[in-house]
Design a protein around this ligand. Structure first.
Ligand SMILES: Nc1ncnc2c1ncn2[C@@H]1O[C@H](COP(=O)(O)OP(=O)(O)OP(=O)(O)O)[C@@H](O)[C@H]1O
Ligand SMILES: [Zn+2]
Length: 780
């Protein structure tokens, strides 16, 4: 391990503003931040002749490994103890040298400060945050120049006659004809032009008929065309466009909430802000919660700017990741649309961020570095002094509170575009309108009046959608004889039965594939009950989307049905195909989980049926009501977006619940006001702060022992409340036993400071993990 920087640095080496004054006289050591879970930069020796500056990406040794890391300029580089010069020299002797400079653009000061800020806020090690910003090691090496082929100069002059001993096949001749213009082309292009296979071109290179030359890599991302006409905007839209354009022109930090009902044209409006940002010569970033489902979004972007934006998500190939990372760093990619990790790309000229569907919990990462991409996007905009736009039809309570206090601006779009009306929302009381049993199928989940509504919609040649936010066939399998329930051996969770990818006309897949949705454990349903030994006694309990699809197949055998859930879509292409099929009217009954709720625009979809509207209301989640409202409102918003009016039927057992009442009346503001007062009374976010400490270990007693210790040292000052330790609701996850503390502080206190003091000096026994989650969104 190299020496920790702060301890071994000599005070003279740090100048003001974090600049290393020694650079001018070639210092022989610099601080380097490694992409590992380490809290500080470490010192490395600069070999003679190498000129390194803060931000440079370098290759350094660590143990037997070589790592790509970044020369750092810690803002507060205070030595803990000034060592004497002699001591320093001894330490310096032990320093290992930087191996070399990588051929990548240096990390900007802004991104370095952002890495530090995120680490400080989330309490993650700086190196762990840096790792997210250096996620593509391949991109940090100089790109290989592309090889092209052309006719050698001699050949160009003399033509075929030059040597008689070369065999001139028809294929070679065709290639020769194409290459006569002397232009260097990629071998693939030349083969294509000559209508021959790649082997012909390779053969011609081998015998010297073609020569290889290095050329600059072709552009990977085309420049958006700013001369294409924008849509026409009137009323609210025109106001919003004008104000967003003005804030981009102004160029200062500002946060604007674009608060528009579903189908009001938020996307079209914020694309104008993107256009303004591009015209000002800066890059723009659009964060989407679910990039795999963004086909329609990409299409709209292409219509507005004539080209595709750069995309950033987990389904890219390694080559695409490398190209995109470099193109962003080199400024070739002008617009990036991506998932939350796109926030850590190396933009040199970022001038605008848009967070679409800002209320989505998919923006919260709960692994390694626990951060909320929306909140960190606001931070990045503030550090970079540029505007940010948050768009939603159902903004989060956090954002609405910031609007109310005047910290964020607000632009409202009250109406749907093109005169479409918002859909009518009906509550279907499951206690009165009970689903009746179906011959041959048994239990049913769709009440008679919802069945009738579907039949009517299909008969009119329109589309219907059934929504149930639960994957698989049945969430629980139990023994009818003894009541034994099948659970995951590694988690506190029931096993979910899955029957097949989709329920097409051929019917259901085989029964009995059981999965844990938390750890991925899979098993076949056992023949006999493990408790009582009875055979054939297992029954599927409750519905998942696949079971709804089974019922739909029995009720509407002539409908063209499709199931859409994250596990039935095998990737962005499958998702795009299915969305296209719905758009083209090839599917008229779509059944899905929350992936069907997200931003789609299906003009002929007029009926939305929600199978179990109460599903999200249970569990001890402080945002359960807020989230249910947002999700159901969003699903409802898919209905009636074009000419014909939409109808939404929510099946509920609790029609008087405030969420159901708010959805029915459309009175969002009163609902949020009520929710807000409830949180205010209990000092819950955004009126107080929360942090979770999750302790986990493969050995239960170890987790408990550590928790007891921690509980003894728990701080007790005013304005702080500590709940726990308690077994987490998911007390066993992937074979680890989990305990939780929940820290609640007043808004004006810093939970980070409290936790730092609380855990200072505590050693973590091996195998024990302590995960800190500031502003937690899930409480399992
Ligand atoms: N000014 C406009 N001119 C032409 N078409 C428009 C205009 N505004 C919106 N549209 C079209 O109206 C439809 C709905 O717009 P859009 O999807 O942007 O709404 P949204 O507010 O983002 O919806 P949601 O929140 O439900 O996802 C789209 O097909 C869009 O292209
Ligand atoms: Zn499991």
């Amino acid at each position: 391990m190299p020496d920790r920087h702060a301890r071994s640095a000599r005070p003279s080496q740090t100048g003001e503003n974090g600049v290393l004054p020694g650079l001018l006289e070639a210092p022989n050591r610099v601080a380097v931040l490694l992409p590992l879970p380490l809290d500080h930069p470490y010192d490395y020796k600069v070999p003679p002749g190498l000129d390194v500056r803060p931000g440079d990406i370098v290759l350094v040794p660590l143990g037997k490994r070589e790592l790509t890391a970044v020369v750092w300029d810690p803002a507060e580089r205070e030595p803990e103890n000034s060592t004497s010069d002699v001591e320093a020299d001894i330490v310096e002797d032990r320093l290992r040298p930087i191996l070399r400079l990588c051929a990548a653009p240096p990390m900007t000061p802004l991104l370095r400060r952002f890495v530090e800020w995120v680490a400080d806020y989330t309490m993650a090690p700086q190196g762990a945050v840096l790792r997210m910003a250096l996620s593509v090691p391949d991109a940090l090496q100089a790109p290989k120049p592309s090889l092209a082929v052309r006719l050698p100069a001699s050949r160009e002059k003399n033509g075929e006659a030059a040597d008689a001993d070369i065999k001139w096949t028809a294929a070679r001749r065709r290639v020769f004809e194409e290459a006569k213009d002397g232009v260097a082309r990629s071998p693939a292009d030349l083969a294509l032009a000559g209508g021959v296979g790649a082997s012909v071109v390779r053969g011609m290179i081998k015998i010297g008929l073609l020569e290889q030359v290095e050329v600059a890599s072709p552009r990977r991302f085309e420049t958006p065309d700013l001369d294409l006409p924008s849509p026409e905007f009137f009323g609210d839209q025109a106001d919003a466009v004008q104000r967003l354009r003005a804030s981009v022109q102004d160029g200062a930090f500002s946060v604007s909430l674009l608060d528009g009902v579903t189908g009001s044209g938020k996307t079209e409006v914020y694309l104008e802000a993107v256009a303004e940002c591009l015209a000002a010569g800066r890059q723009a970033l659009v964060l989407l919660p679910e990039i795999a489902l963004s086909g329609q979004w990409l299409e709209r972007f292409r219509r507005r700017f004539g080209v595709a934006p750069a995309q950033w998500h987990s389904d890219l190939t390694p080559a695409q990741r490398r190209d995109t990372w470099r193109s962003v760093a080199e400024g070739e990619a002008r617009v990036v649309v991506g998932a939350r990790s796109a926030l850590f790309l190396p933009y040199g000229e970022l001038g605008l961020i848009v967070v679409d569907e800002e209320h989505e919990s998919a923006f919260k990462q709960e692994d390694v570095v626990c951060y909320h991409a929306r909140d960190m996007a606001v931070v990045r905009a503030r550090l970079g002094s540029f505007p940010i736009v948050l768009a939603s039809a159902t903004p989060s309570l956090e954002t609405l509170t910031n609007v109310k206090s005047g910290r964020y601006g607000c632009l409202k779009l009250h109406k749907r575009h093109g005169g479409a009306e918002l859909p009518s929302i009906e509550l279907l009381d499951l206690r009165k309108d009970k689903p009746t049993r179906i011959e041959g199928l048994g239990q049913s989940w769709l009440a008679p009046s919802l069945r009738a509504a579907i039949a009517e919609t299909l008969a009119q040649g329109q589309q219907a959608m059934l929504f149930l936010n639960r994957r698989g066939y049945a969430p629980l399998t139990l023994c009818r004889t003894c009541g034994h329930r099948l659970r995951c051996p590694h988690c506190t969770a029931w096993l979910v039965e899955h029957r097949g990818r989709s329920f097409s006309v051929e019917g259901e897949g085989p029964a009995g594939d059981l999965q844990c949705h938390h750890c991925g454990y899979r098993a076949r349903r056992p023949e006999c009950c493990l408790e009582c030994g009875d055979s054939d006694s297992f029954a599927a309990c409750g519905p998942g989307v696949e079971r709804i699809a089974e019922e739909a197949a029995a009720l509407f055998p002539d409908a063209c049905r499709a199931v859409m859930a994250s596990d039935t879509l095998t990737g962005p292409n499958a998702a795009a195909k299915m969305i296209q099929a719905v758009q083209d009217g090839e599917i008229n009954l779509l059944i899905g989980t929350q992936v069907v709720a997200k931003g789609h625009h299906f003009p002929d979809l007029t009926l939305v049926g929600v199978v179990d509207a109460d599903l999200g209301l249970f569990g001890g989640d402080l945002r359960a009501s807020e989230r249910s409202y947002q999700l159901l409102h969003q699903v409802a918003g898919r209905a009636g977006r074009a000419g014909r009016p939409g109808r939404v039927v929510l099946q509920t057992s609790d029609p008087d619940h405030p969420v159901m009442q708010a959805l029915r009346s459309g009175d969002r503001d009163s609902f949020f006001e009520m929710e807000s007062q409830m949180r205010q009374r209990s000092y819950l976010p955004p009126f107080g702060r929360l942090a979770a400490l999750i302790i986990s270990s493969p050995v239960e007693a170890d987790a408990d022992g550590f928790c007891r210790n921690l509980a003894k040292r728990a701080p007790g000052q005013e304005g702080i409340e500590i709940l726990g330790p308690a077994p987490a609701p998911m007390a066993l996850l992937r074979g680890r036993h989990r305990r939780r503390f929940l820290l609640k502080t007043r808004r004006d206190l810093s939970p980070q400071a409290v936790i730092r003091e609380w855990t200072a000096g505590i050693r973590l026994p091996s195998r024990l993990r302590l995960q800190i989650d500031i502003d937690p969104y899930s409480f399992f």
